[in-house]
Design a protein around this ligand. Structure first.
Ligand SMILES: Cc1cc2nc3c(=O)[nH]c(=O)nc-3n(C[C@H](O)[C@H](O)[C@H](O)COP(=O)(O)OP(=O)(O)OC[C@H]3O[C@@H](n4cnc5c(N)ncnc54)[C@H](O)[C@@H]3O)c2cc1C
Length: 280
């Protein structure tokens, strides 16, 4: 117990959320519960707007949206006559100050699963969401119809497809340079970045390129090999292993970087570190 800063007693929604919040801030913690397993039932199932904002902060909004809905429609009868039909609260449109205005119904055990999956990183990936949905028989596999309906791009855009905005390449390269790191452009075929690879190599802004990757095309590999030779670049490789979280799993180590290239990366990194020390 001496290697932790905080002991959380109770692994319900409150304890798990607190654990995620502390973990992303690097606080060492342990969470204990008198129950041996997670709660199988559901009490906290109507999630409030502010709670949705907290879930967005810790990166689990997507699985929460994927496992819930606006709740059932209610009906009131007088004898056989329907006298009212509606919801506990009628849906309203989001605003900048209340981005998730509607009560969102998710069984408590699903919320706890999402929090449990996020515990190490504070971030959930699509594959983790799909794994839980599949495990509970709510999806037809990892990357089939349900995946497309949630995260697909074409022919129909998925309901919760997230399109990340990346920093401009120049900004990223400036940050790498300022931290005196080694710059290797990863699998250029995959993101259609051969044009960018040519441009950056010509401008002398890359130390290396990743060539031995399962999704680099033979034509691009040939060109990258030639460019690397002509410009004295480091050549790397990697399997890009995602385990079952990928459409085409490949064994770890199927693609690799040679010892000679790893040594070159080490040498460049050491030399740059040394210049940093001198300038400090
Ligand atoms: C019938 C019902 C319906 C509800 N509906 C909603 C709803 O729709 N929306 C909503 O937001 N809330 C709802 N609630 C409230 C909701 O259940 C709670 O707000 C929520 O569960 C609180 O989470 P928690 O983590 O604080 O506590 P809990 O979920 O109670 O978790 C506490 C945890 O601490 C553990 N524990 C307790 N004592 C000890 C101990 N001494 N040592 C170690 N571990 C311990 C327990 O085993 C448990 O796992 C409802 C509650 C009930 C009863």
């Amino acid at each position: 117990m001496t290697d932790i800063d905080v002991l959380i007693v109770g692994a319900g929604p409150t304890g798990l959320t607190l654990a995620c919040e502390l973990a992303v801030r690097g606080v060492r913690l342990r969470i204990v519960d008198r129950a041996r397993t997670f709660f199988g039932g559901s009490r906290a199932d109507g999630i409030q707007p502010r709670t949705m904002e907290v879930f967005a902060d810790i990166g689990i909004l997507d699985p929460i949206l994927a496992s819930g809905d606006l709740g059932p429609t209610l009906r009131a009868y007088r004898g056989d006559e329907v006298v009212w039909e509606g919801r506990m609260s009628e849906p309203t449109e989001p605003t900048p100050s209340v981005p998730h205005p509607n009560l969102w119904f998710v069984p408590q055990f699903r919320t706890e699963e999402a929090l449990e999956l996020a515990k190490d990183s504070g971030t959930l990936f699509k594959a983790q969401v799909m794994r839980v949905l599949w495990q509970y028989g709510l999806a037809d596999g990892m990357y089939n119809t349900v995946y497309k309906s949630l995260f697909g791009l074409k022919p129909v855009r998925g309901r919760i497809l997230h399109t990340p905005r990346y920093e401009p390449v120049d900004t990223v390269l400036d940050v790498i340079k300022a931290s005196r790191a080694v710059v290797v452009l990863a699998h250029p075929s995959v993101y259609h970045s051969m044009e960018l690879a040519r441009e950056l190599i010509a401008a002398g802004r890359l130390d290396g390129v990743e060539i031995d990757h399962p999704r680099n095309t033979p034509v691009d590999r040939a060109e990258l090999t030639r460019l690397a030779k002509e410009n004295g670049l480091i050549v790397t490789g990697g399997t890009d292993y995602h385990g079952i979280n990928t459409v085409t799993p490949r064994p770890v180590g199927a693609f690799s970087t040679s010892d000679e290239m790893i040594a070159r990366i080490g040498d460049i990194a050491k030399a740059r570190k040394a210049t940093r020390k001198k300038s400090e």
